[in-house]
Write a protein that binds this ligand. Structure first.
Ligand code: HSE
Length: 445
């Protein structure tokens, strides 16, 4: 066997990866040259659904990242630590990395890629975003001839499943979340998914690739779906929209990007409106390609392992070509870290050094939807209109169809407006005597 894998983690993704590597028949023939050499797990007692040759599995993860025989460390254990430290140690020992760990890469990508470039090794992360959907390599390679204008994704299956069911069944967020947890579509602790943090990690990674710079995670605005009510779903439907949790990276001005996660009203005619259930999709817009959309299953053993194995194949292919020209390589003795970066395949490595400038949310220009509960008396809509007008917010539509506990329900959709102006108008509106509350404020795509 030519290439030896040290697999860290034998959970859902690790098992799916091992299953592909142990059954290469009918797949890319390069897989026959790839061997699962060692497997690191937290506990040897857990029942496993994959049959591994004897003696491969250990709880000594450190020994795997230090093993001189291992060429590629596949980190599919998840979590921040010890995943981060093990990846850094593996890199220091000259191992290439394949990881599905969006949380670690979004937080420590800077440290991990700097170390990898200095060591002259690859860090590949196709599985970190969109599960089985090929989107990382397309952004690095196939779309390399484009200027990317925007990347807009539905990149969290849990929230898309909940929103889809709220739309088809008309239930409340709380009830459908509880049911999704019972059915195993949502985690026992759903915070990272429902608060938009998982999608935030993913859009930080996509933005970095699309716009060629590093992204500070704290610059990524994240808003989840827990405040969305059945009433919003119904109003959106009436107005010709569907509500989706979107992860957006967009070049708003030549020098400013916005990178954000929030629920949005998506016109039903938009390509992302029809992505339902646990499916993910990523819509990339660039020049000259126009729109291109990647669609598929964003989680699960098979799809995520498919992405992990594609990364292993990419590394193995490059290493194999290098081996073939090893004579030439040994003559050009690579010694300093600068030449180590240069020794990496430029379409597989990550060479961004600068941080992208991310615009504050007040500068965002977007349409808004807002739902107000007000006293039902003459002049209330007029007062709302005046407050919006005072802050240069132009309204596209105002509807009053419902009542909730004696209060009138008024829904407003604006034209494009600077977010800061909209927020100032809302402050003024909150102080109007006739306003009871503003249960939801959503952006419109
Ligand atoms: N928790 C994620 C989701 C899957 O719901 O899409 C892993 O990224």
């Amino acid at each position: 066997m030519a290439f030896k894998i040290g697999l860290l983690g034998l959970g859902t993704v690790g098992t799916g990866t091992a299953q592909i590597l142990l059954d290469s028949n009918g797949r890319n023939p390069l897989l026959e040259e790839i061997e699962i050499y060692r497997v690191g797990v937290r506990s040897l007692d857990k029942a496993r659904t994959v049959q591994l040759p004897d003696g491969l599995v250990t709880t000594d993860l450190e020994s795997i990242v230090q093993d001189p025989e291992v060429d590629i460390v596949v980190e599919v254990m998840g979590g921040l630590e010890p995943a981060r430290s093990l990846m850094l140690k593996a890199i220091a020992n000259g191992k290439h990395i394949v990881t599905a760990n969006k949380a670690a890469i979004a937080r420590y990508g800077d440290e991990i890629f700097t170390a990898a470039n200095a060591a002259g090794v690859y860090v590949m992360l196709e599985a970190a975003v969109g599960g089985g959907i090929p989107v990382i390599q397309p952004l690095k390679q196939s779309l390399g001839g484009n200027r990317i204008h925007s990347v807009i994704g539905i990149v969290n299956g849990t929230t898309n499943y909940i929103l889809t069911r709220m739309q088809t069944e008309g239930g409340s967020f709380k009830d459908i979340l509880a049911d999704a947890q019972k059915l195993g579509y949502a985690e026992a602790d759903p915070t990272a998914d429902v608060d938009g943090l998982d999608a935030g990690d993913k859009i930080a990674i996509l933005a970095s690739l699309a716009f060629g710079g590093r992204i500070k995670l704290q610059d990524v605005y994240c808003e989840g779906i827990s405040q969305i009510g059945a009433a919003d779903i119904a109003y959106a439907e009436k107005l010709g929209f569907t509500i989706k949790l979107l992860a957006v990276a967009k070049r708003d001005t030549p020098s400013h990007l916005s990178v954000r996660v929030h629920p949005s009203l998506v016109p039903k005619t938009h390509p992302l409106a029809s992505i339902s259930g646990v499916y993910n999709a990523i819509l990339v817009e660039g020049e000259p390609i126009g729109q291109v959309m990647f669609y598929g299953r964003g989680a699960g053993a098979g799809p995520t392992a498919s992405a992990v194995v594609s990364d292993i194949l990419n590394i193995a292919a490059v290493l194999k070509a290098e081996k073939a020209s090893s004579q030439h390589k040994s003559e050009s003795k690579i010694e300093n870290s600068k030449s180590k970066i240069e020794s990496l395949h430029p379409l597989l490595s990550c060479s961004h050094q600068e941080y992208c400038a991310i615009a504050p949310m007040e500068e965002l220009v977007t349409r808004f939807y807002a739902r107000f509960l007000t006293k039902d008396r003459p002049g209330v809509i007029g007062k709302l209109g005046t407050s919006f007008g005072n802050h240069s917010v132009s309204l596209e539509s105002v509807v009053q169809t419902g009542f909730q506990d004696e209060l009138a329900e008024i829904v407003v959709v604006t034209h494009d407006v600077r977010e800061g102006n909209f927020r100032h108008a809302l402050e003024e509106i909150r102080n109007l005597e006739a306003i009871d509350s503003i249960p939801s404020i959503l952006r419109v795509l």
